[in-house]
Design a protein around this ligand. Structure first.
Ligand code: FAD
Ligand code: NAP
Length: 338
């Protein structure tokens, strides 16, 4: 069928820059095109749908088909006195949607500036940064059910969002292809600068009364100063989630490790920065061949040039083992491993 490529290298299609091939590859730019592809590809051979490839580690070749989501388009679908409802195609680059909203002066997405990847993948792990998660702004999404070919609408509640989690990572895993996302944005934005280094950065920029455009710029500046640019050094952002542990365990751990940082979470639990745990185990800046741990952010594993997915996976396992041994905390992967 037209558009299907055999034996396609995925190296340019994943931000880790892992050199594997897919037996079949096909992009789609609308729902009709996607349906046509699904008519030709036996369900057992549909391996995955790919967006920007910024949250995946390939450890082996893909024997089936990779479908590449390229559905474009951003449009206002409704508005009322307080809000604008903006729908974006799942293949839109996430930051392009953020930049569009910021330019219009509509608030809600600015703290999520510069997160790599596509709009369609954002709900999968409920992307989050600087105190905002997609769940705070998502109104609804449309997804094609692979088994029936029907497009269904999911409300935010139906997405069952959690910390880097959603219905689409749990019961709905591999059952749906997200085709569009609608966000509910504020006409009179409420600025949220209380998280991480945003307030400090705004101060350094000399901005006492910041707009959402200023917040977006501050987030961009912090991210560019700390995180490796995947175009230069392969990575998929945070490799592990921040563990959330019971309060009593935190108290026990603090007897041995008094400087252990933690942020209160719901239900008597505490979120511990995984980067701190990894750094304490001596991994920050570590390099083994071309696989490594970023020198400025220990939660980010990197591919300096030609590391294989297996080498990065092995490094991640060694890191998780040492954190478990030293702190008794089991790190959970955030990155999807193929
Ligand atoms: P992909 O890697 O292409 O896919 C990820 C998963 O989603 C795969 O399992 C894929 O099959 C599935 N998927 C993709 N598209 C669809 C679809 N349309 N329908 C159904 N399933 C689909 N994440 C954060 O949450 N916060 C951050 O601050 C953040 N910072 C990052 C910084 C860097 C430098 C990098 C490299 C990554 C960062 N990430 C962050 C992780 C990543 O950007 C997000 O998870 C992003 O949403 C992934 O989008 P993608 O299109 O690249 O997904
Ligand atoms: P940071 O600001 O140095 O903070 C370290 C960790 O502490 C973060 O993981 C964050 O948890 C937590 N934290 C900081 N301030 C907090 C607060 N006021 N309340 C609750 N928790 C707080 O982190 P960073 O590495 O520079 O990242 C900045 C933001 O970008 C974070 O939100 C991070 O999640 C996000 N980010 C995500 C990825 C990814 O791939 N997932 C990659 C890079 C950056 P949270 O992670 O839960 O926010």
């Amino acid at each position: 069928m037209e558009g299907i490529v055999r034996n396609q290298s995925l190296r340019q299609l994943n931000t880790f820059g892992i050199d594997v091939a897919a037996a079949g590859y096909a992009p789609f730019t609308n729902v009709a095109g996607l349906l046509q592809l699904l008519e030709h590809i036996p369900p057992s051979q549909l391996a995955m749908v790919l967006g920007g490839g910024s949250n995946i580690l390939f450890t082996r070749p893909v024997e089936g088909y990779v479908l590449h989501n390229r559905i474009e388009g951003i449009e206002v679908v409704a508005q009322d006195d307080a809000c604008v409802y903006v729908r974006a195609g799942a293949g839109v680059v996430w930051h392009h949607l953020v930049a569009y909203a910021v330019q219009q002066g509509w608030g809600g997405l600015e703290n999520l500036s510069l997160i790599p990847g596509s709009v369609g993948a954002a709900p999968i792990q409920n992307i989050g940064a600087y105190g905002v998660e997609l769940k705070d702004v998502l109104h609804s999404l449309e997804a094609l059910e692979i088994a029936t070919g029907q497009v269904k609408t999911f409300t935010a509640a139906a997405c069952a969002f959690g910390y880097r989690n959603s219905y689409f990572k749990q019961a709905g895993k591999n059952k749906y292809i997200i085709t569009s996302v609608t966000c509910k944005l504020q006409k009179q934005p409420r600025i949220n600068t209380s998280y991480g280094a945003i307030a400090q950065e705004l101060q350094a920029m000399g901005l006492a009364q910041p707009t959402i455009a200023d917040v977006s710029q501050a987030v961009i500046r912090i991210r560019q100063s700390k995180l490796p640019d995947p175009a230069v050094t392969g990575n998929a952002g945070s490799f592990f989630k921040n563990p959330v542990i019971p309060l009593h365990k935190m108290e026990q751990l603090r007897q041995q490790h008094p400087t252990l940082p933690g942020y209160p979470d719901a239900h008597e639990k505490i979120k511990v920065p995984a980067a701190w745990l990894i750094e304490q185990c001596g991994w920050k800046g570590y390099r083994r061949g071309d696989a490594g741990v970023h020198p400025k952010q220990a939660l980010v594993l990197v591919n300096y040039a030609h590391a294989t997915g297996q080498e990065i996976l092995q490094l991640s396992q060694d890191i998780a083992d040492s954190v478990l041994q030293k702190f008794g905390i089991a790190l959970e992967r955030e990155v999807n491993v193929w």
